[in-house]
Design a protein around this ligand. Structure first.
Ligand code: IVH
Length: 674
């Protein structure tokens, strides 16, 4: 019997690995996400029942426990060299000529894209991923295996037969632009400091050693180097090794090209100068490698880099200019963002006068002084950034003023705080720090929140004149009040008044987002509103109840509890409610969806695959009929609804506890649903 399950488990693992390979490496999925998730859940259930068949390379084992700190520095088996950089086609020509002089003209060069992420070395022993190490200083790096296992495009086990007993692969961990932008938008909504670029975001993500965060942020990886203790077992051709890596299930670039002449190399460089902008990951040049590994020994190495390879860097869209001053802006959640004021300079068609400095760590790294000549770059990101300082052009350094993060809030004077391990510096005075208040009103009024048609200047005016000191006071404004502002006439004042009054109809989910509770972005607000239906209910929930909601982790739960434990916040919410703002889902909407309270008081667990309804839809149906959905069978479970392939552990537990069990058909008939 148990062998049967062993077989089943192995079969599911094989299938899931195959689907992952098709999805991540071949870019051609053959199964829907829902089916994939379902199969994964089935495997999880079986593995929970048969722990004796544990396998660290099972597709279920990506997000394991967090690694705790300790000495994580480990030595590389082979030093991780860097590449010497070239910046002109002339230098590329010199590289080519040098190789030709050394070994004659019978050689090929592999041209590859140079990906701009975090380099990583993976060790596979007997085909199993055993270690992932960052570059570090090239000799020693940090062990980041726990994080790397959570990257879905990295195989935990290599595919195919005859895998050499020990392989080292090197590549780049990358965060696609789409993910980078998504994360930064979310961070902005939550008032968290933004990542400067995808590389920083990836580095920060990998270093944290939290597989959960890694899997949320969805980094990718591309591999470009394969080594072994016994080089003899590997193909001599680098190009063939790239193909071999792909066969083994590792993602390699689809854009590598075997070039047989310098002309072909130049064509490749030209093609990708613009072409790289169409890629979804950051790149900063191309890499050229002599294809035949047997020639490498002959060509040799310098202390830092191989002579058989070079990088060619495309000119960054950058310019030098002078740093005039630095402003420290206070955001709506109190985050302090340093912004550089620059002598105007043209970069790729636009005049740049301001650039982000992001946070205190970056300022310190740059050792920035007012008056410095700085390098400003406009990358794929929207905001230009300062990437370097021309230290040699600095006058007598002691005469210059060093840029430092303030210790006190530039707006309200409160002592700033910096959380250990976080890059951001915050002003803790959320109650009376003016830019925080104005920022919160702007957020409240914004399109995705209450959608009030009001600009930031008007909000600032209203605040400065003492007409609106918190979001609830918007609703006290009369047309006459608004007309006291410059630029407002009766018609425009009435329009604003109507827009404010009209916003009272905004649904509860948006109100919850508009209030601006830390970490409660749009999606979280929507989930919370859907599950709790009212502010009163939400307020009354414990942290445990909150974390039981899908998508709500301990950090959000704590932030909610902190928010609601502040009297001033409660008073504000009362005032808003008094003005007629929606603090719950309207009764008629509830009724419509509910169709009664048939399942009230029930705690129902659903398990398996259903034939007439999707599992998530079934859960929603239970909730809208007043029932609660439990994630696991406990003594409190009143009913279990089962479909096909039901998790055996849940079933056994339900039987042992004497829980009522129904098929989907029995369930629908008994409660007269749908
Ligand atoms: S080959 C000995 N290939 O660039 C050869 N490196 O400046 C080792 N990089 O540390 C590197 N894309 O992080 C190689 N296609 C590519 C690359 C690449 C990006 C990075 C890598 C390396 C750095 C060297």
């Amino acid at each position: 019997m148990s062998l049967l399950y062993k077989h089943k488990i192995e079969e599911l693992r094989q299938k899931l690995r195959q689907y992952e390979y098709e999805y991540y490496i071949l870019n051609s999925p053959t199964i829907s996400d829902v089916d994939y998730d379902m199969m994964m859940k089935d495997l999880e259930a079986l593995e929970a029942d048969f722990p004796e068949y544990y396998d660290s390379t099972s597709p279920t084992q990506r997000v394991g426990s967090d690694l705790t700190s300790g000495d994580r520095s480990v030595a590389h088996r082979f030093p991780m060299l860097s590449l010497s950089n070239t910046y002109t086609q002339g230098e590329v020509g010199e590289f080519y000529d040098r190789i030709e002089k050394e070994i004659g003209d019978d050689f090929c060069v592999v041209a590859e894209i140079k990906y701009d992420g975090v380099s990583i070395s993976l060790i596979y022993e007997d085909g199993v991923l055993t270690r992932a190490v960052t570059r570090g200083d090239g000799i020693r790096g940090d062990d980041v295996t726990a994080s790397v296992r959570a990257i879905r495009s990295i195989p935990l086990r290599l595919r195919g037969e005859g895998i050499p007993p020990l392989l080292e692969v090197r590549g780049e961990i990358l965060l696609p632009w789409t993910e980078f932008n998504r994360i930064n938008i979310e961070r902005e909504q939550k008032g968290e400091p933004l990542f400067a670029n995808p590389r920083n975001a990836v580095a920060g993500t990998i270093k944290q050693l939290s597989p959960r965060i890694v899997s949320e942020r969805k980094p990718d990886a591309i591999f470009y180097y394969l080594l072994s203790d016994e080089e003899g077992i590997l193909p001599h051709s680098h190009f063939a090794r790239l193909e071999m890596m792909k066969q083994m299930g590792l993602k390699v670039s689809e854009h590598a090209k075997l070039c047989r002449s310098l002309k072909e190399v130049y064509e490749y460089i030209d093609k990708w100068e613009d072409g790289r902008r169409g890629l979804d990951v950051a790149t900063d040049g191309i890499v050229l490698k002599v294809d035949d590994y047997r020639l490498h020994g002959q060509i040799g190495f310098t202390a830092k880099s191989p002579k058989w390879a070079i990088a060619f860097k495309y000119p960054a869209e950058a310019a030098h200019t002078r740093l005039l001053s630095v402003d420290f802006q206070v955001g709506r959640t109190g985050v302090i963002t340093p912004v550089a004021n620059l002598e105007g300079v043209h970069i790729s068609g636009t005049m740049v006068r301001r650039a982000s400095l992001h946070n205190a760590d970056i300022i310190r790294e740059l050792d920035l002084h007012i008056g410095d000549m700085v390098m400003v770059e406009k990358g794929g990101e929207i905001i230009p950034k300062i990437t370097g300082v021309k230290h040699d052009e600095r006058g007598a350094a002691d005469l210059l003023v060093r840029v430092e993060m303030p210790t006190h809030c530039p707006a309200c004077g409160a002592t700033l705080v910096k959380d250990e391990g976080e890059a951001g510096t915050y002003c803790p005075n959320d109650v009376s720090c003016p830019p925080q208040i104005v920022g919160r009103i702007e957020h409240f009024a914004s399109r995705k929140a209450m959608d009030i048609n009001i600009g930031p200047e008007t909000i600032s005016e209203l605040y400065e004149r003492g007409l609106v000191r918190d979001v609830s006071e918007l609703y006290n404004l009369t047309v006459a009040d608004i007309m006291t502002l410059p630029l407002f006439k009766e018609k425009s004042a009435s329009k604003l008044y109507d827009s404010i009054q009209g916003s009272k109809a905004t649904p509860f989910a948006k109100v919850l987002f508009a209030i601006g509770i830390k970490y409660v972005g749009e999606t979280v607000a929507r989930d919370l509103a859907k599950k709790t239906k009212s502010l009163d209910h939400l307020r009354a929930m414990s942290e445990d109840e909150l974390t039981a909601i899908d998508g709500i982790g301990p950090r959000i739960a704590k932030s909610l509890k902190d928010y609601f434990s502040d009297e001033r916040h409660i008073a504000l919410l009362d005032r808003l409610e008094h003005h007629g703002i929606q603090m719950s889902v309207p009764q008629n909407e509830k009724d419509e969806a509910l169709g009664g309270d048939t399942l009230s008081g029930q705690i129902i667990v659903v398990s398996g695959v259903f034939s007439t309804i999707e599992r998530e839809a079934l859960k929603d149906l239970i909730m809208t009929h007043g029932g609660k959905v439990g994630s696991g069978v406990t003594s409190k479970t009143t009913l279990m609804v089962i479909g096909d392939n039901v998790g055996p552990s849940k079933l056994q537990k339900a039987e042992a506890l004497g829980t009522k069990i129904m098929t989907e058909e029995e369930f629908f008939n008994t409660y007269n649903l749908k």
